[in-house]
Design a protein around this ligand. Structure first.
Ligand SMILES: Cc1cc2nc3c(=O)[nH]c(=O)nc-3n(C[C@H](O)[C@H](O)[C@H](O)COP(=O)(O)O)c2cc1C
Length: 439
């Protein structure tokens, strides 16, 4: 039987660190000499990933500098724990300008804006990229972000109820222009047929919008939708709307359970299971020999200060971990905020981890499993993980940038292609086409 093909995405932040808090000071990041605040770096990465035939490059985004750990911003600022983080949306246009095919995804929170603004922004990006835009719809995870917008931090269920309505308003707005609304009849002097552009008259629990959108129907009729969240309502959101989910599951059993859960939700929502792809995060560390790769892993992991790991983990949990001893077995804690990342509290093989271990892993890779070795070793590990989980692909996270991305594209991608596990060419042109390309 023919083996299933993988989907690949590259994780990025518009900042000095992505998942690894050591990235900004890694010797190879420094030697590469790029300025993280300039578009040239991201244009180079987009071209490299397109050469590797990736489904997409993908930006996370946060709108805060966390003071959750110790009640002070100092640990976050000292360690650059996803702080600073510049807005990724403008980079989509820069990256689109130098590429033809690769999907371009970015995170944009629905917790602080009006859906009209989001629908307009994303329809415009979908036009500018000729159908390559992907929107990671998040509801945000930290009181600092709510405070920056002058709001109270709402409970998860409320944020998702609002997110459901938010996306429904966006969809109505994207549908407010019929496909054939633009006539462009120069002789008769008719640009658009007024009967084919509709008000939406939305009046809901959270939002009102009259519509129509003042952007014509975009190539994908709005961007592809991505989601990352693990609560019941988060998964329900993915089941109904998402073209792909970004999952962080260091533990194989957990990854399989999440995969099955999301796929059955997608089916219950009336969609085929393959309509929503699940991309599991992982951090590849390639070497010309296994020993060299292990040296590189040790060098990188030793550059991660425990304070950085504790600060970024506290921010993501919105819980001050300086209140717990370092030998706390995290899976034994019962505080609701600490339940959010239960899957990070176990190793790949299932053993229970201490706070110190979880924080160290979080500083290294935000808990993503590291896959280490030669290109063939990494392809072996990817195949084993992929086949155990059931699919659909990986979100790759770098230990230094852009060199780790170049290495993966030049060494691991050809190995996966040789094994028939990754595409050699794009068959379509849009983000949704790539996510649907399974052979
Ligand atoms: C893998 C993953 C990546 C996420 N990335 C972001 C992000 O870049 N920006 C953000 O504001 N929230 C991000 N989130 C937060 C989620 O969107 C969501 O708000 C949060 O996880 C709470 O929802 P949940 O309880 O359903 O997980 C991420 C969550 C996960 C699981």
């Amino acid at each position: 039987m023919r083996k299933a093909m993988m989907h690949l995405a590259q994780f990025l932040c518009h900042g000095p660190t992505y998942h690894s808090v050591a990235m900004w000071r890694h010797p190879r990041t420094r030697a590469a000499g790029y300025d993280w605040s300039r578009p040239e770096l991201y244009q180079h990465i987009a071209r490299t990933c397109e050469r590797g035939r990736f489904d997409m490059v993908f930006f996370a985004d946060l709108n805060y500098i966390s003071d959750t750990f110790t009640g002070s911003m100092a640990p976050a600022l000292r360690n650059a724990t996803q702080a600073p983080e510049h807005d990724p949306i403008p980079l989509i246009s820069f990256m689109a300008a130098v590429t033809e095919k690769i999907g371009l995804g970015a995170t944009y929170s629905v917790s602080h804006q009006h859906p009209f603004h989001a629908a307009r922004l994303w329809a415009t990006l979908d036009h500018l990229t000729r159908g390559r835009a992907a929107w990671n719809v998040v509801t945000s995870l930290n009181h600092n972000q709510a405070a920056n917008y002058g709001e109270e931090y709402k409970p998860t269920d409320d944020r998702y109820d609002r997110a459901h309505e938010f996306i429904q308003v966006c969809r109505k707005l994207w549908d407010s222009w019929d496909e054939d609304a633009v006539v462009m009849d120069h002789e008769a002097g008719i640009f658009a047929d007024p009967d084919k552009v509709h008000r939406i008259e939305h009046d809901g629990q959270w939002f009102k919008s009259r519509g129509p959108l003042n952007v014509v129907r975009s190539p994908q009729n709005g961007p592809a939708i991505l989601q990352a969240g693990t609560s019941g309502k988060g998964k329900d959101f993915a089941a109904r709307y998402a073209d792909a989910v970004f999952a962080i599951q260091p533990n194989l059993a957990g990854a399989k359970a999440l995969y099955d859960d999301i796929k059955s939700g997608v089916v219950n929502a009336g969609r085929p299971p393959e309509a929503c792809k699940i991309l599991c995060g992982m951090q590849p560390i390639v070497g010309s020999s296994r020993a060299e790769a292990e040296d590189r892993q040790a060098e990188h992991n030793a550059l991660v200060p425990l304070e950085g790991g504790l600060a970024i983990l506290s921010g993501h949990l919105d819980f001050d971990l300086s209140t717990l001893p370092l030998d706390t077995i995290m899976a034994h804690r019962t505080e609701p905020k600490l339940q959010r990342m239960q899957t990070r509290y176990r190793s790949l093989t299932g053993e229970l981890l201490t706070l110190q271990q979880v924080a160290q892993n979080h500083g290294q890779s935000v808990g993503l499993p590291q896959m280490v070795g030669t290109a063939a070793d990494i392809a072996d590990q990817m195949e084993a993980y992929f086949d155990a989980v059931g699919g659909d692909g990986f979100m790759l996270s770098s230990i230094h940038s852009p060199g780790a991305i170049e290495e993966f594209v030049d060494l691991v991608v050809p190995e996966l292609q040789r094994r028939g596990r990754f595409r050699r060419e794009y068959s379509g042109a849009t983000q949704r086409d790539h996510l649907a390309q399974d052979s």
